[in-house]
Design a binder for this molecule. Structure first.
Ligand code: ACM
Length: 545
């Protein structure tokens, strides 16, 4: 039935169909309330089907139930003519993912906001679908710091994720170029830190500037709404507050967070930095002082109140050590703590928040640089600089989310042609993403068990609005969703032609109905194709990023 992501097994379709019309009743068993609400708020309005409540055994009806003999997130969808459609989930999430499959079976109009043919009779061919996810962390990271995505855009992405059975939204909330979350006790983080005066247009070596202010932030009520909207769709939201690097916006708001002795020496006595207007890695990093630790504990206290999930991301990537080398304060700290060097100072900084979060029943996750100083039990790693960090983490017994930039950084261009908009990074085609394998072959089965999932990362330096985010993210996110959900064979054996065919006959039409401004499938056509990334050595850092 052209399902994306592909399910584990389909028996059928055989002759006959279940017919849905305005009178089709729904019976929602205990624990299926999120799906029942979604049917009435989203699927029903798309098709003009009211889904009135009915008895469990109504012939031709839709039945939702939790059956804990199935795995968590698994479901079985059974369509039997005259009897009706039953979705049985291992838990509430499984029922919800089964409903997402039902939506695909109902055709592309089921993805609209309003019906084209209200209340038309729709047929669901007789069949049984058995399905369960490969990974429990099927993530998308949105960088809302480099370019702000207003709340409605985030809610829209949660709907797009749900339609692809993705279940973790990682929000990159802070960076050198902007601070995007209201922290009540530190109002200047958003008053000052959420606006920059202008923006570099293109990659960092570009001569072009957009000479207008850019900014925005989420209030705490916005965050509560995002988290609740996600929870209704069985999506966890993981907040990222990036420390100790990528922090210039915070330092612009509260200069004492910075290495003031170094900054004053280089700025003729002044210590006031601006929110950064360029891309790259700022040398202005947090000062390793008690004041900084207490300040960020205050930030994290508010963050924990807003985000109830297990994981909190503390960044930890790309922290240049130059200021710490030159700062008398940082050097005194190294000596006082008996550390060997600035790398150990970073490990001490991360370790502080690792213990602080563990003491509050949460788990720290950070970019793979955090491995360099040793981690507390329970901490997890986002492996972004290729597979190596993830392999080391899994071997050390830490959980890993695989998101190597060589495959799943969706800011990278999708084609080598000169007409790709703002073409940064390596070429990463739809097929490259489809052939991405999250579990490296070097790992033993036990180590591989630590790869809890995978994530596609949408860095937004070159994505100034929703249309650009859509273009970079789709259609590649559909391929990524199949990698994360479906039990695909080894990369070389994957049937990309079949995936491409399902995209062509069904999924682009679903994306059209959802209003997604995806990159159109203009080629390269099969006879023009370059070998996929598997056929090429992995390159080093991408150009122009
Ligand atoms: C990263 O791309 N700096 C995590």
């Amino acid at each position: 039935m052209q399902l994306i992501p592909a399910p584990r097994a389909i028996d059928g379709p055989t002759r006959g169909a279940v017919l849905f019309d305005r009178s089709t009743p729904v019976w929602a068993g205990p624990g299926t309330e999120t799906t029942e609400r979604w049917l009435r708020s989203t699927l029903g309005p798309a098709l003009g089907l009211p889904f009135p409540a009915g008895p469990k055994d109504a012939p031709g009806g839709l039945r939702l139930l939790v059956d804990d003999s199935l795995e968590p997130e698994a479901y079985r969808l059974t369509a039997v003519p005259h009897a009706g459609v039953e979705i049985r989930g291992g838990d509430a999430a499984g029922v919800f993912w089964g409903a997402q499959t039902l939506r695909q079976l109902l055709g592309p109009d089921a993805f609209r906001r309003a019906p084209v043919r209200p209340g038309a009779t729709l047929g669901i061919p007789s069949q049984v679908i058995e399905d369960a996810p490969r990974f429990r962390w099927r993530g998308l990271m949105l960088d809302v710091a480099r370019h702000f995505m207003p709340k409605d855009g985030v809610l829209r992405y949660l709907d797009l994720m749900a339609a692809h059975k993705l279940n973790v939204l990682h929000l990159h909330l802070t960076d050198d170029q902007g601070w995007r979350i209201e922290i009540k006790r530190y109002p200047r983080l958003t008053e000052v830190g959420s606006w920059r005066a202008r923006t570099k247009f293109g990659h960092r070596a570009s001569p072009l500037w957009e000479e207008k202010p850019h900014g925005g932030h989420y209030t705490q009520d916005d965050i509560r709404e995002i988290v609740a909207y996600a929870a209704e769709r069985h999506i966890a939201v993981v907040p990222e507050i990036d420390v100790p690097g990528h922090s210039q916006a915070a330092i612009a708001a509260y200069p004492e967070l910075g290495n003031t002795d170094v900054i004053a020496a280089s700025m003729a006595g002044g210590t006031a930095l601006s929110v950064w207007d360029n891309w790259g890695i700022s040398s202005n990093v947090l000062a390793p002082t008690d004041n900084t630790l207490r300040f960020y504990e205050g930030v994290f206290e508010e963050v924990l109140e807003l985000f109830p999930g297990e994981f909190v991301h503390i960044g930890g990537d790309e922290c240049p050590k130059d200021q710490w080398r030159r700062s008398a304060v940082a050097q005194a700290r190294i000596e006082e703590l008996g550390l060997a060097d600035e790398d150990e100072l970073q490990a001490w900084f991360i370790g502080h928040f690792d213990k602080w979060l563990s003491a509050r029943g949460r788990r720290l996750i950070g970019w793979d640089e955090i491995l360099e100083g040793g981690l507390a039990e329970g901490a997890a790693v986002s492996s972004w600089r290729g597979y190596a960090g993830g392999i080391a983490a899994a071997r050390a017994g830490h959980d890993v989310v695989m998101c190597p930039e060589q495959f799943v950084y969706l800011d990278h261009r999708q084609d080598a042609g000169a007409d790709e908009p703002v073409p940064i990074g390596h070429v990463r085609t739809l097929e490259d993403v489809y052939r991405f394998e999250p579990v490296p072959a070097q790992l033993t089965d036990e180590e591989a068990g630590h790869v809890i999932g995978t994530q596609a990362n949408v860095w937004t330096e070159v994505m100034e609005d929703q249309g650009r985010v859509d273009y970079q993210t789709f259609p590649r996110l559909a391929a990524f969703a199949e990698v994360a959900w479906s039990a695909l064979p080894a990369p070389q054996e994957r049937d990309f032609a079949d995936f491409d065919r399902r995209m062509a006959v069904a999924h682009y039409r679903r994306l059209d109905a959802l209003g997604v401004a995806y990159r159109p499938p203009t080629g390269p056509w099969p006879w023009q194709k370059r070998p996929g990334v598997l056929g090429r050595p992995l390159e080093g850092p991408p150009p122009n990023r």
